[in-house]
Structure formats: C-alpha cells, structure tokens
Design a protein around this ligand. Structure first.
Ligand SMILES: CC(C)(COP(=O)(O)OP(=O)(O)OC[C@H]1O[C@@H](n2cnc3c(N)ncnc32)[C@H](O)[C@@H]1OP(=O)(O)O)[C@@H](O)C(=O)NCCC(=O)NCCS
Length: 329
C-alpha cells in the first residue's frame, strides 16, 4: 500500500482589532519605541477585547482556513488547538472551538508546547492522517497573552500580543503539496527560563499571593535568546536535510515571530537570504503558538511562495521546546 501523504489545504488567521503601539506602551511603563524596536523589531501588537477569548480568536482563524480549504466544519474529523492561554484549564479550548464551528464529528483537544505548539500540532496531525486514523485535521495556534502579561514589567510586557492562525491538513491527492519532514525537541532542564509560575497545582493563586504577579509570564530573556538561535538552527537543518533540500531550494523560511535579531541570526546561520524570510512581528509582537500560524497564512495569502515551492517553518518556546517542518506547497 502506498504511503498516505498529507497536504495543507487551507490557512487562515485572525487578530483582534485593538492596536497597542510602542508609543502607547511608553506611557504605561518606563520604555521607548526606540528601545523596543531596536531590541526586538516590534512596533505594535494586538490586544483582545475584554469578552474576546482565545477560543474566539481560534474560531475566527479556523473559519478562514476552512473557507480556503473549501471544507465544511461538519466534515472536520480532528481539531487540535495549541495554546498556553486556554479559555479555561478544563475543558480544552479545542472543545469550545468545536462547538463554535459546529464541527460535531471532530475529536478535539489542546496541546501545551508554548510557541512551538503549532508545529507540534502539525506533526501530530500529519502522523494521525498518514496512519489512516483521520482523513483531515484542523490545527490552530491561538493565544490571548494579554491576559497573562504583567503590564507593570517592562522587560516582558512589550514583547507579547494576541492572535490566532489555523491550517487544514488532509490526505493529499496526486500532484498536491506535501508536509515532507517534521522535527520536534524538548529540554525540560530549562523550564525556569520562561514560564507562568502560578495558577497551576504547584502554586495555586490564593488571597495571600494574588498581588505577586505569579500568573503572568516570567522570562530570563538573554538565556532564552541563546537557546532559541541554537535550537531553531538545528531543527531547521534537520528538516532541510531530511527533505533533501539545499538552502537555495527554499522559497520562504517562516520562523517563530519573537525577535528580529533571533530571526536574522538564524537566516544567517542557514545561509538563506533575508528577503526569503517572512517577518510580521513588527505588527503583532510575539503571539506564541499563534505566531508561526499567522505568519504562514499571511505569507500564503500575499504570495510569498507559490504552488510547488519548498518552505521551512521553524519555532522555539518555553519548555524549552522547538520544532520545524519542511513543506512542498
Ligand atoms: C528581552 C530582550 C529583548 C532584552 O534585550 P537585551 O538586549 O537582552 O536586554 P537586557 O535584558 O540585557 O536589558 C538591558 C537593559 O534594558 C532594560 N530594559 C528591559 N526592558 C526594557 C524596556 N522595555 N525598555 C527599556 N529598557 C528595558 C533592562 O532593565 C536592562 O537595564 P539595566 O542594564 O539597567 O539592568 C532579549 O533578551 C530577547 O529578545 N530575548 C529573547 C526573548 C524571547 O524571544 N522570548 C520568547 C521566546 S519564545
């Protein structure tokens, strides 16, 4: 029996309407547009409205991906939401998305792999489809990070934003594109570098610690930076090699959108020219699991690559986690 290949049939993304600029942030904390832009490449980010949750962002992105894939919600068999900012600790955000879409046939669950979550979801979905367990899957990276940011900490609050990106994966028909190679990695010895320490079973939020900002993101930025460059380079190289590609064969690299200096360092190490590296973090900041998914959709819809082109996605996040994918579009 020939192997079942898996293709990306459609992508979609959604960001909230409200824009928070660096200038506006500089009124809230002791920072400047110059500091933020020169250190990160970020100009502004989107902030979800009060009643707008991660599941709403995810649902909006999913609808666009389904539309592009020309697929009805009731035909979706699997929904995976990658998020570290779920609507509720339980049930999974994917269950709310399933309800919102009316995707009543779909099995739905979340995964927690921070900024690497979308590509973790891609690998899981690819394998479950190629094994024949499901015919298709809707994978979504969605975050409302604004609800988990300490808005008094200038070293973190300038970095993050809200948004969602989605993709529909299904069995490929002859001649269609293919998710060729995927790679994932984890280093649990570095959990302390980037985390939300409170709100889980290790450190519940109580009336005594409620003012200590324990349920917001804490990060050792410089350390994270070094690991990010090394791990993303290694992961990208692995999928490039497994897909039998050379740097000059790659039409577009879509990296995790956290910091322009990290992205430039990786492009340099992979010997891919900067004009083949997709960047949109100036508009959205770091949206964790959503970032690479939004970037993939924007790159797809703006013609950064075309049918038959090879693209490489590469991500990195808390855990530490990292992942990459090589795709023929
Ligand atoms: C966060 C990051 C931008 C900080 O840049 P940096 O060059 O390492 O800056 P430092 O942390 O050394 O801070 C330098 C100074 O700027 C200050 N600073 C921090 N945030 C600031 C801000 N928003 N505005 C102005 N000054 C700021 C610090 O207090 C420090 O001051 P000090 O020297 O007086 O102590 C950078 O480390 C980074 O991007 N790391 C990776 C983060 C990341 O991508 N995480 C997500 C991965 S998924």
């Amino acid at each position: 029996m020939s192997e079942i290949l898996v293709t990306i049939a459609g992508t979609g993304s959604y960001v909230p309407e409200r824009i928070l600029t660096n200038a506006q942030l500089s009124v809230m904390v002791d920072t400047t547009d110059e500091w933020i832009f020169s250190r990160t490449g970020i100009r502004e980010r989107r902030i979800a409205a009060e009643g707008e949750f991660t599941s709403h962002l995810a649902t909006n992105a999913a609808r666009k991906a389904l539309e592009q894939a020309e697929m009805a919600a009731e035909d979706i068999e699997l929904i995976i939401v990658a998020t570290i900012t779920p609507d509720t600790l339980t049930p999974a955000t994917a269950c709310y998305v399933q309800r919102n879409l009316g995707a009543h046939r779909a099995v739905a669950f979340d995964i927690s792999a921070a900024c690497s979550g979308f590509l973790y979801a891609m690998k899981i979905a690819k394998r479950l489809i190629s094994d024949g367990a499901f015919n298709n899957a809707l994978i979504i990276g969605a975050e409302k990070l604004s609800a988990f940011v300490n808005w008094e900490d200038r070293s973190t609050c300038v970095l993050f934003g809200d948004g969602a990106g989605a993709a529909v994966l299904r069995q490929a028909k002859p001649g269609e594109g293919e998710v060729i190679a995927t790679e994932m990695g984890t280093d649990g010895n570095q959990t302390h570098l980037l985390n939300i320490p409170g709100g889980g079973s290790a450190c519940p939020i109580t009336t005594d610690n409620a003012g200590d900002h324990l349920s917001t993101l804490a990060m050792l930025g410089k350390e994270v930076f070094k690991h990010a460059v090394t791990r993303m380079k290694e992961a990208a190289e692995k999928v490039i090699e497994r897909a039998n590609l050379k740097p000059e064969d790659i039409a577009c690299v879509i990296p995790h959108q956290a910091n322009l200096r990290i992205i430039d360092a990786i492009a340099d190490r992979l010997a891919v020219p900067n004009d083949r590296v997709f960047v949109n973090l100036d508009k959205y900041g770091n949206t964790s699991a959503a970032a690479v998914a939004i970037a993939l959709d924007e790159a797809n819809r703006t013609g950064a690559f075309k049918r038959g082109d090879h693209i490489v996605l590469v991500v990195f996040g808390a855990g530490l986690t990292w992942a990459a994918a090589a795709i023929r579009w």
